[in-house]
Design a protein around this ligand. Sequence first.
Ligand SMILES: Nc1ncnc2c1ncn2[C@@H]1O[C@H](COP(=O)(O)OP(=O)(O)O)[C@@H](O)[C@H]1O
Ligand SMILES: [Mg+2]
Length: 328
Amino acid sequence: MKLKVAIQMDHVSTIDIDGDSTFVLGLEAQRRGYDVWHYTPPDLSFRDRKVTARAQPMTLRREKGNHFTLGAAETVDLSAMDVVLLRQDPPFDMSYITTTHILEHIHPTTLVVNDPASVRNAPEKLFVTHFDNVMPPTLISADARAIREFWKEHKEIILKPLFGNGGSGVFRVRSDDENFNSLLEMFSQRSREPLIAQRYLPEVRQGDKRIILIDGKPAGVINRVPAEGEARSNMHVGGKALKETLTRRDRELCEIIGPALAERGLIFVGIDVIGDWLTEINVTSPSGLPPTCMLLRASPAAGTRLMAPANSPSTSMMRLSPWRTSGR
Ligand SMILES: Nc1ncnc2c1ncn2[C@@H]1O[C@H](COP(=O)(O)OP(=O)(O)O)[C@@H](O)[C@H]1O
Ligand SMILES: [Mg+2]
């Protein structure tokens, strides 16, 4: 069956063909013979109960400097698509949130990956708090006194913005840090949002794992080791991707959260695991697919179920087919 797939994304000219998961998804859709359409969030409109996008047919190729061709723009009724991939990068701001409200009108007749209402309800660092025995000791608060107490108790903590991403604004605060008050001041001047304080996990030196779950089941894993002299493992800031396998604890974590993901239509998810602890459940445009795919060459049985025909129950509509990685 020839599916129609629209990708809501930052403009294709801005993507990194070596590191971007959206590029891998687009190429895979194309390899399967699907029609692939491109549009950016500002191209999305709602009028008289119809969701449309000013979209362009897209062809992709793994060729630096020449990785895409876009056809003529047309106003496309998105309810005529089989799949819409929600793939623009955070920030998870009101512009992002508005697109989830609009796309709710077509889901699930058109499969939106991930379910737009669930994406809105599961901000990465807050969603984790709903599961028992998975998180390191964590405080979410804007109260300077509560944060200070937490720091004194745990001695060494990580302070990070609640809605940050890519390691931006993440600080390691040691027990004798003299910048603590100043840091809190800076955060509060920047935003009214609460902060997240977490016990510092020294295991991070061995890496922060990214596990990709598809439909609630682990499908791939990589490890990201922070560069020397750097607290953050994010690949944006020099974290190195290394081959990894799932430990028993990793599988346990996936089993704890997997059913809740599948139930909520969170089909494509990336979780972050440091040591035995889950720190983030990324549901808005997760990254990490290209290195994971690369490493999955070792286990070609792993599959993707991201694109599927519409009008069938959500689980059976995800056809499990081998994640072909040869040549990419
Ligand atoms: N509790 C922690 N202990 C040690 N390092 C941490 C902790 N939390 C985050 N980090 C480091 O900071 C990086 C970014 O934190 P993360 O919570 O994943 O936020 P982001 O959304 O910015 O990726 C992680 O990859 C890890 O290297
Ligand atoms: Mg992270």
